[in-house]
Design a protein. Structure first.
Length: 447
């Protein structure tokens, strides 16, 4: 069936110097001809007057780019109309396209979906486009570009190819036992599977760094009431996010702010002051604060210098290796910072004067950056990837755990097949033809 020709505004909405309207499908070239009276030329920019074919009214003075299939983003004929970015221009061109019976408005993500279906990219590259569009920090941008460049896909494809080879060898031993096959075929297959499982396990054991970089590191700002948590959050956000009051218990709910610390995305959370309270709403806020603190990647525990260290002992249960302890309001008094619970010294700061804030930021950035790989090695960036790798590793573990592999080779072979399919789910590639190719090329069976 001939695919439909789709169109949509591909640039952001709102006034801009230039807006891009993309058209993809077999009618793309005819559509440009109908609008401009000129035939598009592959990979050449043409300046054209866009007109309403029905009335002849000029819509805009535009630039048209055309990319013939299959060398285009979607793998189909693609036209791009670069028009002036005013609302009236955009709406006018889209309205004319909408009158064409041979066109329809694209569904969300449909251009990228067609690119995947036409073999122009794998699933990880398709996902990277969304990640790049939504990137808010430099590190998120770098990760999305690495993924779009094929880092994770190449790794998963290499694993999949090794699994296909191992499965092909195993299937050959089952189906072609009368052929001259290597005597140590089982031992070689087991060794290869063990190596693969170890590599996958190592990739999974990275503390979900890729997912945290994509979604943001959760930083919980906790401490007793009136320690200056909300003031610190406003300082970090560089705007008034939380209400600041001398009245204890002002913060009842959990407030979130997205920050950029050293290029890494951080979701800072201001929580209710941790104390015992008979007031139901405040008590619920304290419960939520403790819950968020427990699930956070990093905790910043703030104390008031004027009540330090008397309150510190009651917070020993929330202090661990992921907790930074700071004492605020050092402009009002000179606290002994060496009395932090759990040993070590607290960091003295003053949100009011800015004293110690740079050091606090440096410490936060170092702690956040320390949770990520600094190399360009491919990382798992989505729960979907991790689930597929976990399924693949489990299937390989099942293969290795079987004592009767030769007694029930079909069952052992199914373990390898499941592992290969799990790898293929990440990129969207797994073909039985790959298996047949290896069988017949490696063993020359049927000659």
């Amino acid at each position: 069936m001939t695919p439909e020709t789709i169109y949509a505004l591909s640039s952001g909405r709102g006034r801009a110097g230039i807006a891009v309207i993309r058209i993809s499908g077999p009618a793309a070239a005819d559509t440009v001809r109908d609008l401009s009276g000129r035939a598009p030329v592959d990979r050449r920019a043409l300046r054209v007057d866009l007109r309403d074919p029905a009335s002849g009214e000029v819509l805009d003075d535009a630039i048209c780019l055309f990319f013939a299939a299959p060398r285009s983003f979607t793998g189909e004929d693609v036209a791009e109309l670069h028009v002036h970015g005013g609302t009236a221009v955009i709406q006018g061109v889209l309205a004319v396209l909408g009158k064409d019976a041979g066109l329809r408005m694209a569904d969300p993500g449909e251009f990228t979906r067609r690119a995947f279906e036409n073999g122009r990219m794998d699933l990880t590259a398709a996902e990277s486009i969304g990640d790049l569009i939504n990137a808010e920090t430099a590190q998120q941008r770098r990760q999305a570009l690495r993924q779009g460049g094929g880092a994770l896909a190449e790794l998963c494809d290499a694993w999949r190819e090794r699994l296909v080879a191992a499965l092909a060898h195993w299937e050959a031993a089952i189906d072609f036992s009368d052929e001259e096959l290597p005597a140590d075929l089982e031992a070689r297959t087991v060794a290869e599977v063990a190596d693969l499982r170890a590599e996958i396990d190592a990739r999974l054991a990275n503390g979900r760094a890729g997912e945290r970089l994509r979604d943001g590191v959760h930083l919980a700002i906790i401490g007793p009431p009136n320690a200056g948590k909300s003031s610190l959050l406003n300082l970090l956000a560089k705007r008034d996010v939380a209400i600041v009051s001398e009245t204890a218990g002002t913060t009842r709910d959990v407030l979130e702010v997205h920050l950029d610390l050293g290029g890494y995305p951080v979701i800072a959370v201001d929580t209710a002051g941790l104390r015992d309270s008979d007031e139901p709403v405040e008590r619920e806020g304290v419960r939520r604060a403790r819950q968020r603190a427990k699930g956070a990647d990093l905790r910043l525990l703030i104390f008031d210098a004027e009540t330090w260290p008397a309150e510190a002992a009651t917070f020993a249960d929330v202090i661990d290796a992921e907790t930074i302890v700071a004492v605020n309001k050092i402009d009002l008094t000179d606290p002994d910072l060496n009395l932090a619970p759990g040993g070590g010294a607290a960091l003295g700061i003053s949100v009011h004067t800015g004293a110690g804030i740079d050091e606090l930021l440096d410490r936060l950035e170092a702690r956040v950056a320390g949770g990520f790989e600094t190399s360009a090695a491919p990382v798992v960036t989505r729960a979907r990837h991790r689930e597929a790798l976990e399924d693949g590793a489990a299937a390989l573990a099942a293969f290795l755990a079987r004592d009767d592999r030769l007694g029930h080779p079909e069952i052992a072979g199914e373990d390898l097949r499941l592992a290969g399919r799990a790898m293929g789910r990440i990129t969207g590639r797994f073909d039985v033809e790959d298996l047949l190719d290896v069988i017949f090329q490696d063993f020359c069976i049927g000659k």
